[in-house]
Design a protein around this ligand. Structure first.
Ligand SMILES: [Zn+2]
Length: 407
């Protein structure tokens, strides 16, 4: 394979950076907006140039596959999402889409159609940055899409359904629409790490063993409002004092759970006035761990602490910890070893389309390339070209093994 071919992913990234580039060098491409439409259209053009067969689904996710024997044949799918956060970087999501496109396109050009069909996916939405919903593309594909999302509105009052229909109608002028989800043999996602573990270790590729489960609790303490000057200190029922004591206790106790990530990131005081004793404090606690059993144990512990501190806790987010395919992980490790790439087996602290698809029972592999200084969701998001090319080459070798060599 020539070096020129490997540079294709860098050239494509430079081209796609134009679809939503911001004044500060970032990227804003929200699902179903004009830049999103440009990017999905450009993806279709590039995929057709590689000789891939393109179609869309009702969410506006674009698929580009090698020839299939029939419409129900399971596809080895690889890709990521095409949307971004507001003023995000140029790699989150679209690196995985474009590296997958180059990998599958180059394999088809060199070796012809594989024994098992390969497909590239550009998911419509993952970030939740326009409507208050996330992973709608991969949830639709795995039949986990809740039709209630259709009624959600963006900040301009446009509904998800109206925006979707208008954008998807434009894509449908270019390629056919498939209204039933394709069958998946496996899903591979190549993504930037969005953290600093690989760089800190001097490793070049992250092999994700599991994606953390996440729970979020809203914890409320109740007090009695009164005058800050005339109410004696003794006998006050001060919600802030209760909340501080409880938070202090949590910060003291939670480190004993090995590997737990815990964050108190939001605090709301009522009435939030300098000369009034607070009648309520609500704060968030976000806990993440790759083992569901430990997450359950921590949740029980926190609930007991909150009750002992006189508060109430309500679970507002509950996403299961998701182990990924150990078979695919080992194949990826072997592929990397053949190419003398330093790998690190790691947990993903962030959710990805890979998590949604793995939860539907499909074998999934998630590979990370390093992120410079761990920066993501910001214009400064960056990865060295050589590492981007290397990630794409490993993905391509892995797809060759799965599509052309497996019996
Ligand atoms: Zn992403």
């Amino acid at each position: 394979m020539s070096r020129d071919n490997h540079d294709n992913v860098i050239a494509l990234l430079a081209t796609f950076k134009h679809y939503g580039e911001t004044a500060t060098g970032g990227l804003t491409r929200l699902v179903y907006d004009a830049h999103w439409l440009q990017a999905q259209q450009a993806f279709i053009v590039q995929a057709k140039a590689y000789g891939l067969t393109c179609f869309i689904d009702p969410m506006g996710t674009v698929y580009a596959t090698t020839p299939t024997r029939n419409a129900d044949e399971p596809v080895i799918l690889t890709g990521s999402h095409m949307d971004t956060v507001i003023n995000g970087g140029g790699l989150d999501g679209q690196y995985g889409v474009l590296a997958s496109l180059v990998a599958v396109g180059e394999l088809l050009a060199q070796y012809g159609p594989p024994q098992k069909p390969l497909g590239v996916v550009a998911f419509s939405e993952e970030e939740g940055s326009r409507f208050p919903t996330t992973f709608s593309g991969s949830r639709w594909l795995t039949q986990q899409f809740n039709g209630q999302d259709n009624k959600l509105r963006d900040t301009q009052g446009v509904t998800f359904d109206a925006a979707r229909q208008q954008a998807v109608a434009q894509l449908a002028t270019l390629v056919p629409m498939r209204t039933t989800p394709i069958a998946l043999a496996a899903y591979l996602e190549l993504h930037i790490e969005q953290g600093n573990i690989l760089n800190a270790r001097g490793d070049e590729l992250g092999l994700v063993t599991a994606i953390v489960g996440q729970r979020r609790l809203a914890i409320t303490l109740t007090g009695v409002s009164n005058h800050a000057g005339t109410t004696p200190m003794i006998g006050r029922v001060d919600a802030v004092a209760q909340a501080v004591a409880l938070m202090h206790e949590l910060y003291q106790q939670l480190p004993k759970f090995d590997g737990l990530r815990y964050t108190i990131g939001q605090i709301m005081v009522s009435p939030n006035t300098a000369n009034v004793i607070a009648d309520a404090v609500q704060f968030s606690l976000d806990i993440r761990h790759e083992q569901q059993a430990l997450l359950d144990e921590v949740t029980r512990f926190v609930m007991a602490q909150v009750a002992a501190g006189g508060g109430k806790a309500c679970l507002t987010t509950d996403i299961s910890a998701t182990p990924l395919s150990s078979v695919l992980l080992e194949k990826a490790a072997q592929t990397a070893a053949q190419q003398h790439v330093r790998v690190h087996k790691m947990i993903s602290g962030a959710g990805h389309d890979a998590q949604v698809i793995a939860q539907s029972g499909v074998p999934v592999a998630l590979l990370f390339v390093p992120s410079d200084q761990g920066i993501s969701h910001a214009p400064a998001e960056a990865t060295a070209d050589q590492q981007l090319i290397q990630g794409q080459a490993i993905l391509q070798a892995l797809l060759y093994q799965l599509g052309y060599q497996s019996s």
